[in-house]
Design a protein around this ligand. Structure first.
Ligand SMILES: C[S@@+](CC[C@H](N)C(=O)[O-])C[C@H]1O[C@@H](n2cnc3c(N)ncnc32)[C@H](O)[C@@H]1O
Length: 212
């Protein structure tokens, strides 16, 4: 089903053919876990922005393909993307997720508990830049960036050295039409340690593999 989530589905103004393709693909996929569907409704009711369902599905696929057990997420909100990743990772996996907004992460925690994933997810209510400078966990499989756009460049510079070689950084919002995101996209695609691309999924999803 299409358009369940506040930001799920394609951006506005897609040409008809592309809309049809998007609708076809959405109808083709199995329904997400019931708690993810509930989270989409909950966030839409409260006006909280989530990653698009397409981007979340891609993120979960990357996590499953990599058997990622060490994940950092910047921007938890209600824990929608966190839960997609948690449900896709091996049972021994860990996710460290960061968001200074404790009212939002309390909602996230309630869903993690209901999904019995709370033992595997640690929430930090600190601005990401403050936390990551001295973050003890390195050798990460995945870093997912979905927070304060003005800090994206700084998040990237901190995140890349924390990845293992062949680890992946995923970035949401690359096609947001701001000068800041355009500058970030150039730095991301030209990053000397990454092999990176940006896909027109959701509002633009960057994927960069650490190659050196
Ligand atoms: C788009 S929402 C994240 C959505 C979430 N990834 C999902 O798809 O379910 C962005 C979040 O970034 C958080 N945020 C803002 N500034 C931040 C910072 N300095 N460090 C970490 N998170 C921050 C906001 O509180 C907000 O909840």
């Amino acid at each position: 089903m299409h358009g369940e989530c506040f930001t799920a589905g394609p951006p506005n103004g897609l040409p008809g053919q592309m809309q049809e393709t998007t609708d076809y693909l959405e109808a083709l996929h199995p329904q997400p876990h019931p708690l993810l569907l509930e989270l989409e409704q909950h966030a839409r009711k409260d006006g909280v922005t989530l990653v698009s369902r397409d981007t979340a599905r891609l993120l979960a696929t990357i996590v499953a393909a990599m058997q990622a057990t060490r994940i950092v997420e910047i921007g938890t909100a209600y824990g929608y993307s966190t839960l997609w990743m948690a449900l896709a990772q091996p049972r021994i996996g860990r996710i460290w997720t960061i968001d200074p907004d404790i009212r939002r992460t309390d909602v996230a925690l309630s869903y993690f508990k209901r999904a019995e994933e709370d033992d595997f997810i640690e929430i930090f209510n600190t601005p990401a830049l403050e936390l990551l400078e001295n973050f003890p966990h390195r050798n990460l499989d995945v870093v997912f960036i979905d927070a304060n756009e003005a800090d994206y460049g700084a998040y990237l510079e901190l995140a890349v050295p924390m990845l293992k070689l062949s680890g992946v950084v995923v970035v949401d919002g690359c096609l947001e039409d701001t000068a800041g995101m355009r500058a970030f996209n150039e730095a991301f695609l030209d990053h000397p340690s990454l092999l990176a691309t940006i896909l027109p999924i959701g509002n633009g999803t960057g994927i960069g593999a650490r190659v050196r």
